[in-house]
Design a protein around this ligand. Structure first.
Ligand code: HEM
Length: 158
């Protein structure tokens, strides 16, 4: 969520430095997901892969979690500078996967919850807003209207 929030913050404020946080925050998300998966395989299943394999596909929340993890994996692997440069535009296209990973993570969160889905649903709403702001028409509107009028207010130039 934090990594996905950088571009909307930039769209609203024009503060470019925030864009530099996308990569470290994205890698942190992947790192968290990896520790979370290791925890599941180790603590919950004691590395018993046959039982794990059976259970994994019976639990819908685990399938959604796995989908999210598998979508984050190529992004993390290709995030290193040299590889990123070599891939050029293909790297940017690959990054559309992050939106699907976010959606799968929220579905996973909603499905795994045992008591009340309020918090996961709030995450879902936040994610939806973060994605809507990126739509070219919405982005253009914010940049042309909201950002411009706040600039005018701050320079007292109304
Ligand atoms: C194969 C992949 C995954 C598996 C098997 C898995 C499994 C689980 C399990 C068993 C829980 C419940 C934990 C509990 O009851 O204490 C859980 C919770 C959760 N998972 Fe995953 N997960 C996976 C991937 C992911 C990914 C990729 C993300 C995010 C990017 C994620 C985010 C979360 C969150 C936010 C919770 C709720 C934690 C909480 O309530 O404190 N999971 N997951």
């Amino acid at each position: 969520m934090l990594s996905l929030a950088c571009t909307p913050i930039y769209i609203f404020t024009g503060f470019k430095l925030v864009m530099r946080l996308r990569r470290p925050l994205g890698l942190y998300a992947f790192f968290y997901a990896m520790l979370h998966l290791i925890n599941f395989v180790w603590i919950d299943y004691g590395f018993n892969f046959s039982v794990l394999g059976e259970d994994l596909f019976e639990k819908r929340y685990a399938i959604a979690g796995m989908v999210s993890f598998l979508l984050l994996l190529p992004l993390a692997v290709t995030s290193f500078f040299k590889l990123r440069q070599k891939m050029g535009k293909a790297w940017q296209k690959l990054h559309f996967l992050v939106y699907a990973a976010g959606i799968a993570a929220v579905i996973h969160y909603i499905w795994q919850t045992k008591i009340g889905i309020l918090i996961p649903v709030i995450y879902g709403i936040v994610l939806l807003l973060l994605l809507i702001i990126r739509l070219p028409a919405v982005r253009k509107y914010i940049e042309n209207h909201i950002r411009r009028s706040s600039r005018q207010v701050s320079t007292g130039n109304q």
